[in-house]
Design a protein around this ligand. Structure first.
Ligand SMILES: Cc1cc2nc3c(=O)[nH]c(=O)nc-3n(C[C@H](O)[C@H](O)[C@H](O)COP(=O)(O)O)c2cc1C
Length: 356
């Protein structure tokens, strides 16, 4: 099987197979310092048979938080705690990237020390936010000014440095799924009239400024980017006539630097919309010249087809890795795969986490 063959990302990183674990928030942090524990180390150790693990969304600051019990990578204490995880994975000859996350407006003041959320524009996504005591209506965020833009850029730079110090093999910028960078890309959340809004170049500017700043401090070979271009009608993001031009521009421009890979999520449903690209993977395989990792409800059979036909270099599995920690081994042996328990996706403790 092609899926079980090694994949060289670049001169620094080679994967032992093409089965990647997709980033998944599991809300298992049990302290307000947002440090990971031995439980996290055990969870990731169990899954180290993956060619590459992309860890859960890991916040770059206190303002970046949008969910309960998520880990951070902005303090020395958090960085030190992650070493337990990376060492456990490396001991099993696995590789692990850290997904760097800022939710932007997908939060509530209750989760970010009473402050107003940051976003491209002051546009409320009109969602419901789970907080420790109640589910609350989202409030309008604040349009990021030049100082905020510099601050967040700096947070990503520090987080990237911390991640490498913690022993991660690289970082993935979480520029997908409707969070901060996606809020700059999308005309449903970005109505700015300055150099960060309007044209495709402007809407991608903040993202590329952050990427460029990260490139100054860690090698390009250790930076990956995640995009979910066809996300629609979810946390305030819509596909419209501006969507494909923006993502075409971003993907084309990612060719300028030899980053580790582009991680592309295909839509969960093919929608009958005027500006919908039904084959987002085919579209960007043609434009992107680097390593392409694809994701989105793949079965092993479909993943093998995607890789053997050359449409992708590797496939990332999410939910299947929750319930099948030794997924690559099971695929190799043709063993039946276990279903996941959705009720324990985000619940605290070992149940549904390290007991599959
Ligand atoms: C429990 C859970 C948590 C997730 N958390 C994240 C996350 O932190 N970052 C991210 O980029 N995607 C996240 N996702 C999306 C997955 O990475 C993936 O795109 C999605 O599950 C589809 O792939 P799959 O069908 O193979 O599971 C999450 C998905 C699940 C099920």
């Amino acid at each position: 099987m092609k899926m079980l063959e090694p994949l060289k990302l670049n001169e620094l990183i080679s994967l032992k197979n093409r089965i990647v674990m997709a980033p998944m928030t599991r809300s298992r942090v049990d302290n307000k310092e947002r440090t990971v524990s031995n439980l996290h180390a055990e969870y990731y150790r169990q899954r180290a048979g993956a060619g590459l693990i992309i860890n859960e969304g890991t916040v770059v600051s206190e303002m970046a938080v949008g969910y309960l019990r998520v880990p951070g990578i902005y303090t020395a204490e958090q960085t030190a705690a992650w070493k337990k995880v990376t060492e456990a994975v490396h001991k099993e000859s696995g590789l692990i990237f850290c997904q760097l996350w800022h939710v932007g407006r997908i939060t509530h003041p209750v989760l970010i020390g009473g402050r107003t959320a940051l976003s491209a524009s002051a546009v409320n996504h009109k969602g419901r936010v789970l907080t420790p005591d109640a589910v609350l209506d989202s409030l309008s965020p604040r349009e990021m000014d030049k100082i905020d833009i510099e601050t967040v850029k700096n947070e990503f730079v520090i987080a990237a440095k911390n991640a490498l110090e913690a022993g991660f093999d690289g970082v993935e910028i979480h520029s997908s799924n409707g969070y901060l960078f996606h809020q700059f890309f999308s005309s449903s959340s970005n109505i700015r009239t300055d150099e960060y809004g309007g044209s495709v170049e402007n809407r991608a500017r903040f993202f590329f400024e952050v990427l460029d700043a990260m490139l100054q401090v860690i090698p390009a070979q250790r930076i990956a980017v995640r995009l979910n271009p066809m996300m629609h009608d979810s946390i305030g993001i819509l596909v419209d006539e501006h969507t494909l031009p923006v993502f075409d521009y971003i993907v084309q421009r990612l060719n300028d630097n030899p980053i580790a890979f582009l991680h592309l999520t295909r839509p969960s449903k093919i929608l009958d919309l005027p500006y919908f690209e039904k084959d987002i993977i085919g579209r960007y395989r043609k434009i992107y010249q680097g390593i392409l990792i694809v994701n989105g409800a793949y079965s092993p059979e479909e993943a093998e087809l995607e890789i053997s036909s050359g449409r992708a270099d590797a496939v990332a599995f999410g939910k299947l890795f929750i319930s099948n920690p030794n997924l690559p081994e099971k695929i190799k042996n043709g063993e039946a795969l276990k279903d996941w328990d959705q009720a324990s996706f985000y619940s605290p403790g070992e149940k549904g986490y390290t007991d599959y």
